[in-house]
Design a protein around this ligand. Structure first.
Ligand code: NAP
Length: 244
């Protein structure tokens, strides 16, 4: 039987790769985005052309009303979500003393409050059905310190705390909560670093390359699948050995 998945921030990058792979694995997918209507429509069109079921929904994950509207729409079209992937995120570099309140709040609102909003919205159905899987996308900078990325690192550490604690709370209801911690992945998000820095980061990676969105999509799919049915509250690092 077909299952339903919501993947936040799936118009581009890691989220997009995860949504495509999940569709190929039999999920009906909701492609969430905030701005790039063109990219979201493109994913939906590609999936529909191949015979897979997908819809696009614009919602700022930091806005609870928009998130609830997205979950309601997904339920109407596909049925209650079996899987939620909290992938939407923002990142950037700044010295700590230059971090504005606006930046601090925006990062927390998207990277942490966004996950809280989506989980709150899908949870009533998951609790009623006594089944569900949640995969959060943190970062290796949610496990280690990152100079000039204090805000981002804080949000990603918090997401791991959310994962571990919520997993304990929801396990008796047969709902698993896990986390993927990607290393440096070749998406739009990291292009701001420039080619030279990215080449250097690839050299610093024991496996000798940057990760691809598909590498992380594979980890997400594993944590979403029955193959990980006895795993909850865990952080799966996929970084080519970067943090050792
Ligand atoms: P990306 O290429 O910049 O894509 C970001 C996605 O998130 C886009 O689909 C974007 O939508 C969406 N988004 C941003 N803010 C949103 C909001 N408020 N509400 C809804 N959607 C929003 O990023 P990525 O590299 O694929 O990263 C995906 C996740 O992996 C993030 O959580 C990131 O922190 C994490 N991560 C990435 C790396 C890396 O090296 N790339 C490493 C570790 C962890 P639009 O297209 O509409 O803008």
């Amino acid at each position: 039987m077909k299952k339903t998945a919501i993947i936040t921030g799936s118009s581009r990058g890691i989220g997009r790769a995860a949504a495509v792979k999940l569709a190929h694995k039999g999920y009906r997918v909701c492609i969430n985005y905030i701005e790039r209507h063109d990219k979201a429509k493109e994913v939906v069109r590609e999936l529909n052309d191949e015979g897979y079921e997908a819809i696009a929904f614009q919602a700022d994950v930091g806005d609870r009303d928009q998130v609830y509207a997205m979950v309601e729409k997904t339920k109407d079209v596909f049925g209650p979500p079996d899987l939620l992937v909290n992938n939407a995120g923002v990142a950037g570099q700044s010295l700590f003393q230059d971090v504005t309140d606006e930046m601090w709040n925006r990062y927390f609102n998207t990277n942490l409050n966004g996950a809280r909003n989506t989980i709150m919205a899908v949870l009533p159905d998951m609790l009623e059905r006594k089944k569900g899987t949640i995969v959060n996308v943190s970062s290796i900078w949610g496990m280690h310190g990152a100079s000039c990325e204090v805000t981002y690192s804080c949000t990603k550490h918090a997401l791991i705390g959310l994962t571990r604690s919520l997993a304990m709370e929801l396990a008796p209801s047969n709902i698993r909560v896990n986390c993927v911690a990607p290393g440096v992945i070749d998406t739009d998000m990291v292009q701001v670093l420039g080619k030279d820095v990215l080449d250097e980061l690839a050299l610093q990676t024991p496996l000798g390359r940057l990760g691809t969105p598909e590498d992380i999509a594979n980890a997400i799919c594993f944590l979403a699948s029955e193959e990980s049915s006895f795993i909850t509250g865990q952080v799966l690092v996929s970084d080519g050995g970067f943090i050792g």
